[in-house]
Design a protein. Structure first.
Length: 94
């Protein structure tokens, strides 16, 4: 059960982290593309809103990284626990 929770946390964390990373980089990319295409034009997204949008997506990425780290920790700890509980080939417990 612990491994299932760990795998779910890793999957959700990877999705959230990738969403946050791609979203924040896309916002920056659209800003630079728009400025390089027509520097004097009015931006599609007002300049005072863009940092909030980037931070919002980066926050999702941060939550994803935390979930990914927690899932990895749970998975490794459950594997270590299983390794110490199983007897070796001679049938003796460590």
């Amino acid at each position: 059960m612990r491994q299932l929770v760990a795998v779910i946390l890793i999957g959700v964390g990877a999705l959230l982290a990738s969403y946050g990373l791609v979203g924040a980089v896309t916002e920056l990319g659209s800003l630079y593309t728009q400025v390089s295409d027509d520097p004097l034009a009015e931006p599609a997204v007002p300049e005072h809103e863009r940092p909030a949008r980037i931070l919002h997506k980066a926050a999702f990425g941060g939550v994803g990284v935390l979930s990914l780290g927690l899932g990895t920790f749970l998975l490794k700890s459950s594997r270590r626990k299983r390794e110490t509980e199983t007897p070796d080939r001679t049938g003796r417990s460590p």
